[in-house]
Design a binder for this molecule. Structure first.
Ligand SMILES: Cc1cc2nc3c(=O)[nH]c(=O)nc-3n(C[C@H](O)[C@H](O)[C@H](O)COP(=O)(O)OP(=O)(O)OC[C@H]3O[C@@H](n4cnc5c(N)ncnc54)[C@H](O)[C@@H]3O)c2cc1C
Length: 385
């Protein structure tokens, strides 16, 4: 068993770190204050080809695995940045890659790889379904060679900065005996959709471009359905393991950002004539969360390595997301404590990252639902969902 990253993986880490150096705390702070999209940062990542990490070379991407992709996202977060503005451009296309026809892949993937086509809106969540995706109500009715779609989505992120949206919709009635069935997945061209798809911005506690989406008589050509009718939820579930591993990496980056900052501050801040880090009440929580972060990282690496080797990684991917998000949230609080009142001063970036990392307790899946999955599917206890 080898626990070291390869020289190529370390090169990726260094290259992304280099890009992030051009986008320091001031940059992210200003975007946060203005609630603005980090256009320049996303353009720099796109130019470097990093958002095309998971797209095979034959379609214009870099063609590396989830482990390498996770290193890219981790570095962005460790630098103090926030990849949520564009991380979905990396992985939403996975549904198309795994289940699309060759014609669909040739039509879309090269544009997604170059960044000319932004497929980073993912319309799954709905107000009346919550975490129970099998209960979504947005309906796609087949009429000849097109589907007519009506419904509402919520928390559809990056929609105003997307050309395409991956949409999950109901194509037949809910069936208790086949809860994952009856849903289909479509690629929606947002330019062609015009005002049949209306995005209404939803302000949140973080700078995250997200929306309520109203869909009225949207017409989607049959050739834009991905895979078979009624199997869409299964396709999306297949992509969720990759997403969970990548989100775990962002959490690890956040945790390391908080630990780096806490250690530096604990060493330099003098109170009662000594560095505050000399006090065990300050030092031990930092050391403890450092150890927990390293442990979560091992699960991330195991999940990613097994995913890339083609194994089923539901338990590992879920545990990685759970452990890493718990670590980032504990690290955020430890860092806040270390900084005393200054943690709340905007100029230190701690309060911004604190708000940003809180999101991972609930999105893209809540930690409750991860524990429910582990309790039921892995440990065999009664199902609660
Ligand atoms: C900033 C942001 C961006 C997002 N971006 C997207 C996006 O791009 N696309 C998209 O489709 N969605 C997106 N989401 C939605 C996100 O995936 C959901 O918010 C999340 O899955 C939880 O769903 P909910 O908010 O409806 O909570 P609910 O399902 O209403 O749950 C509320 C609470 O009850 C708990 N709960 C519910 N059922 C159970 C159970 N059986 N056992 C234990 N606890 C339970 C939950 O864990 C949670 O704590 C985003 C959300 C946010 C906040």
């Amino acid at each position: 068993m080898n626990f070291d990253f390869t020289p190529e993986q370390e090169d990726i880490r260094r290259a992304v770190r280099e890009i992030c150096r051009d986008f320091p705390g001031e940059y992210w702070r200003q975007k946060d204050t203005e609630r603005a999209y980090p256009v320049e940062f996303v353009a720099a990542l796109t130019r470097g080809g990093w958002l095309a990490a998971l797209i095979p070379e034959i379609y214009g991407g870099i063609g590396v695995g989830v482990l390498e992709a996770s290193i890219i996202l981790e570095e962005i977060h460790r630098s103090g940045g926030n990849a949520a503005a564009c991380h979905a451009q990396m992985y939403i296309m996975g549904t198309l890659l795994r289940h699309g026809t060759e014609e669909q892949k040739r039509r879309y993937l090269p544009g997604i790889a170059s960044g000319q086509l932004r497929l980073q809106a993912f319309g799954v969540s709905e107000p009346n379904a919550g975490s129970d995706t099998t209960r979504i109500e947005t309906r796609a009715v087949r009429r000849g060679d097109e589907y007519v779609v009506n419904g509402q989505k919520i928390f559809t992120s990056r929609m105003q900065h997307s050309d395409l949206m991956l949409l999950l919709a109901r194509t037949s009635d809910y069936d208790e005996n086949d809860r994952a069935g009856n849903l289909s997945v479509f690629l929606v061209d947002l330019h062609e959709a015009g005002n049949r798809v209306k995005a209404v911005p939803l302000d949140t506690m973080v700078n995250h471009e997200t929306n309520v989406v109203h869909i009225e008589d949207l017409r989607i050509p049959v050739e834009n359905r991905i895979g078979e009718e009624g199997r869409g939820f299964r396709y999306i579930l297949g992509g969720m393991n990759a997403e969970r591993i990548l989100i775990a990496a962002e959490c690890l980056g956040d945790a390391r950002f908080f630990i780096d900052r806490a250690v530096a501050y604990a060493n330099e801040r003098i109170v009662f004539d000594r560095p505050i880090g000399q006090n065990q009440g300050v030092q031990f929580p930092i050391a403890a969360i450092y150890a927990q972060t390293e442990a979560a990282d091992l699960v991330r690496c195991k999940a990613a390595a097994r995913f890339d080797a083609g194994h089923e990684v539901g338990p590992e991917a879920n545990m990685a997301k759970y452990l890493a998000s718990v670590a980032s949230w504990v690290a955020a609080n430890v860092c806040m404590d270390t900084f005393g009142g200054y943690g709340m001063a905007v100029e230190y970036d701690i309060e911004r990252k604190f708000r940003e990392t809180r999101l991972y307790q609930v999105a893209p899946v809540t930690n409750h639902l991860i524990l429910a999955y582990l309790g039921n599917k892995v440990l065999g206890m009664p199902k609660s969902y």
